[in-house]
Write a protein that binds this ligand. Sequence first.
Ligand code: SAM
Length: 260
Amino acid sequence: MANGKEIWEEIAAREAYFGVATYDKYLAGGLDEKAKAEFFESGREHVDLVFTELESAFGSLGKPTKALDYGCGVGRVLLPLAERCGSVVGVDISAGMLEECRRNIDVAGLEAFELRTDQEFVAGKDAEFDLVHTYIVLQHVEPLIGYRIIEKMLKSLKPGGVGMIHLTHTDVAPIFKRLRSRVYRDIPFAHRVLSLVKREKRPFIPMYSYDMGRVAKLLESNGCLNKISIPTDHGYSGEMIFFSKNTTLTETSLAMSERL
Ligand SMILES: C[S@@+](CC[C@H](N)C(=O)[O-])C[C@H]1O[C@@H](n2cnc3c(N)ncnc32)[C@H](O)[C@@H]1O
């Protein structure tokens, strides 16, 4: 199973900002100070929304002691998250993304942070964070790998902690576009060959659909029984799932976790 590292290293080297938010203004050629400011402002708006939803569902968060941003990219969400939390841990599969994220952290003068690779995160301890978060990341990860990441994120959340996991479940593009994306995604080199022919420089970023029933079971078996969700649309329909982790595992959770 390909974990996508190669693709993301290539994107980080060529088009790190466009790879995060696919608007022409973020292409490397035109990324001026104004575009960069807009890029980071979009991350701040996202963090505001996440806090508003979590607090209206589960009550005041105060200042969470330690937060996780899984798939942090160049730090668009991690930087504003750091302003609201005691410390933040950013995780990414791409060394190039982590390097650019570190540069942005230095510019912002942030001190209470840590950056980890996906492998370091998986090997890390459980019950470490008060808040876990991932946005527009798992949609690009093969679900069989993605479910494992979700499980680890839920385990790494402390009892009483809160989180937001964003996932996609249905490709709603017209049939031709849907087939084309499948070919690019599933046939090695198809996109590379075509972009050479068409002299197209934009990277292809694969998308996947998750089984939301399976995700609901993962949440429940890890004690995240209180949850609400908001629909999203990135060409694929998806959901932002907001949840809180019970302070004690219920009998249902324990039974489910034994079965899974
Ligand atoms: C579209 S960007 C989103 C970045 C950030 N979450 C944001 O909203 O600004 C996706 C990020 O996920 C990272 N990524 C992709 N697959 C991953 C995986 N299996 N584990 C960790 N990070 C991954 C990519 O390297 C990239 O930085």
